[in-house]
Design a protein around this ligand. Structure first.
Ligand code: LMR
Length: 397
């Protein structure tokens, strides 16, 4: 019955990660998937989260169904983390929020919702993109296109191209934007550039969909949410997907949120109802374990302070590795401009390496990165960074 189906080639990011795991060579370096590893190369279990899990376990609460929108205490706390304590839209009850299955689940439910609200609307996604963005929205029957974002010549932002492309979009087009730590490039807008883009989105009556998967990994928890908070202040109607996979190091718990900022509380109620209906159609209601632990951390002053410090350490370690790569390349490859390693921010660096150079790194040095040249910086540590820069210097020679 299913012989006509094509064989799934696998996801390029997960496939490369598996290829790395199967590689018997030593030394080898994994810079493929966006997983934060600590200085010992391990994905951490955050102490704040472990304490919260213990507190939750002691309560021995029965595992009944959660409502379709998820755990209420979680949604409250997540709203404040994403939008800030003093956000007028929250005070006015204009934000419809649901707990989702990670950031990806938020994008999928957001896509289903947008297709229902605006069946003819199409979506514009940065070029280059996290590949799954196109797949998720096409799967929700929202056609996708690209807008200019990355300037290969400067390994920075093509702000003029971005503004020109967004200015030409028809009313009610959906625009996917990354508030911080752009995946895959690590190239972000400055607050002043965000202000210009927000003006433009408002003028053109576009529908912004912000995907914030790395809050706290760029400049700080509040700083990284600049675009979200500025958009709420400016009175736009927009969507936000947020994820706790990275900043809580809680990947397999699938904890995220979808938030839709509306014009008034009555509209937010209608929107929330449609989000609940969308969830019921797809997975009925979300799991409780991870949400309870995150809610515990966000509601406890002590655990919250501890978690903020843990996020700060992760952020700092990423910045330190970026700086180490830059410093070492100054002597190992003086002709090569490595400034993008410190100009870009967050988990990913878009190295600008060609696919031939990427292949050489993998085949000759067992250094794994995506074919696009993206590296996941936290795969580097004080043990392997020098090996990495030696290899890099060799292929850019
Ligand atoms: C990545 O881009 O490596 C991460 O966001 C993991 C994923 O799901 O692709």
């Amino acid at each position: 019955m299913f012989t006509h189906l094509e064989l799934y080639g696998g996801d390029p990011i997960f496939r490369l990660n598996e290829q790395y795991q199967a590689d018997a060579r030593q030394p080898k370096v994994n810079l493929t998937i966006g997983l934060y590893c600590d200085g010992n190369g391990r994905v951490p279990l955050l102490p704040s989260v472990l304490s919260a899990e213990q507190l939750c376990a002691q309560r021995k609460q029965p595992r009944t169904y959660l409502p379709m929108e998820g755990l209420a205490t979680y949604n409250d706390a997540v709203q404040r983390l994403v939008f800030g304590e003093d956000c007028p839209a929250l005070a006015e009850g204009r934000v419809a929020s649901i707990q989702t299955l990670g950031g990806t689940g938020a994008l999928k439910i957001g896509g289903d919702f947008l297709h229902l609200a605006y069946p003819d609307a199409e979506m514009w996604i940065s070029d280059p993109a996290w590949d799954n963005h196109h797949a998720i929205f096409q799967g929700a029957r929202v056609p996708t296109h690209s807008y200019r974002y990355y300037d290969a010549a400067t390994r920075g932002l093509d702000f003029e191209g971005l503004v020109a492309d967004l200015s030409a979009l028809p009313r009610h087009s959906i625009v996917l934007l990354h508030p911080c730590c752009h995946n895959p490039t690590g190239v972000d807008l400055t607050p002043a550039q965000w202000d210009q883009v927000i003006d433009l989105l408002q003028r053109q009556q576009l529908i912004p969909f912000l995907d914030m998967a790395y809050q706290g990994f760029g400049q700080g928890l509040a700083e990284d949410a600049y675009a979200v908070r500025a958009m709420a202040r400016a009175g736009l109607t927009f969507l936000v997907a947020n994820s706790f996979s990275k900043n809580f190091s809680y990947y397999s718990e699938r904890c995220g949120g979808l938030h839709i900022v509306c014009q008034n509380a009555a509209e937010a109620e209608r929107v929330l109802g449609q989000l609940r209906a969308a969830v019921r159609r797809v997975y009925s209601n979300p799991p409780v374990h991870g949400a309870q632990a995150i809610s515990e951390v966000l509601h406890s002053d002590g655990l919250f302070a501890q978690w903020q410090a843990e996020v700060g350490q992760m952020r700092q370690r990423i910045a330190t590795m970026r700086q180490a790569v830059y410093d070492q390349l100054q002597t190992k490859a003086p002709h090569y401009d490595a400034s993008h390693f410190i100009r870009q921010q967050g988990m990913f660096c878009y190295t600008g390496l060609s696919s031939e150079q990427v292949t050489r790194l993998r085949e000759e040095f067992a250094v794994y990165l995506l074919a696009s040249g993206r590296i996941s910086v936290p795969g580097l540590n004080t043990e392997n960074v020098s090996y990495f820069t030696d290899a890099l210097a060799e292929v850019v020679r």
